[in-house]
Design a protein around this ligand. Structure first.
Ligand SMILES: [Zn+2]
Length: 203
């Protein structure tokens, strides 16, 4: 598939409502690298296998198991310097991941393991947020220090996280990719407010 075709199919996918984070990030990976669009999902499926069964644990144990898998299973370490760490395929295979990708990966592992979660922003940083009965826990790799409490967490839809990733790519990637990032941003259907006015109880 040509770069132009990969970009236009990514743009179509990014425009769909109720997009999942893994679909959005796979679309970005497929348009910025030569990764097959199915590859990130397959890697996430495999990475979630050790977590099967944690759905029955309490919130704190679920959060701990997820953090453990991000830190020691996938060995993800936060990387804000290299633009390729903004792509989920690179993050999953090279272990250096932008915090936005770590939050997406944590959420997608939780979702596959049957744990209620979302991607949220708290104190300006992206987190995987696991939620239980009236409580929440922020999850990230152990390398992310100074974890805040889950007080003021704002849920972010897949379009909003894709927009944040594209904005960073636009600023950090080589000119060709930066222009592609700008074009793909224009394909996103929702702006700053997000398309899913989620209550914390929604999946
Ligand atoms: Zn949206």
């Amino acid at each position: 598939m040509s770069a132009r075709l990969r970009e236009s199919s990514a743009a179509r996918l990014l425009a769909t409502p109720r997009l999942q984070h893994d679909q959005a990030q796979a679309a970005l990976a497929a348009s910025f690298s030569v990764t097959a669009i199915s590859a990130p999902g397959e890697l996430l499926d495999r990475a979630s296998l050790p977590l099967f069964g944690i759905g029955g644990l309490d919130l704190r144990e679920q959060a701990h198991a997820l953090a453990e898998q991000l830190t020691n299973g996938l060995c993800l370490s936060p990387d804000r310097r290299h633009h390729r760490a903004l792509l989920i395929d690179h993050a999953l295979t090279h272990r250096s991941a932008h915090p936005l990708q770590i939050a997406v990966i944590g959420h997608e592992l939780a979702r596959r393991a049957g744990v209620a979660s979302f991607v949220g922003i708290c104190e300006g940083e992206p987190w995987t947020v696991v939620r239980g009965d009236g409580e929440m826990a922020l999850v990230g790799p152990a390398a992310l220090a100074g974890r805040p409490g889950a007080g003021a967490v704002r849920p972010r839809c897949a379009h909003q996280i894709a927009r944040a990733v594209l904005a960073e790519l636009g600023a950090a990637a080589p000119p060709d990719s930066a222009r592609r990032a700008e074009r793909l941003m224009a394909a996103l259907p929702c702006g700053g407010g997000g398309c899913r006015r989620r209550r914390p109880s929604d999946p």
